[in-house]
Write a protein of this length. Structure first.
Length: 97
């Protein structure tokens, strides 16, 4: 007998753009304001381009994933950044080989 798969509360956040001071601080602060827990973070700067991937826990969050995604995307555009927030299952499905 197969047990039902537990639904994940994790999301993947990606941030890409020209390097500038305060990107990690901005994203981390916004997530803390919404009670979103950062589980893992990886960032690098390639030439002058900043890239970051975060794995976050949405379970304690004070808002829905779609609201977080829209908020960070719009605020990121104002900073010249491309920000995407996807549920872990969607991200995994889209990036499988």
């Amino acid at each position: 007998m197969t047990l039902p798969r537990e639904e994940s509360n994790r999301a993947i956040i990606t941030v890409i753009g020209r390097d500038q001071i305060g990107i990690i601080a901005w994203v981390s602060t916004r997530l803390a304001e919404y009670n979103v827990n950062i589980l893992d973070i990886s960032q690098t700067i390639l030439d002058e381009f900043f890239t970051m991937i975060m794995v976050v826990d949405m379970k304690p969050a004070a808002l829905e994933l779609v609201v977080l995604a829209n908020t960070l995307e719009q605020e990121g555009l104002k900073r010249g950044l491309q920000v995407k927030v996807q549920h872990e299952d969607i991200f995994t499905f889209m990036h499988r080989i």
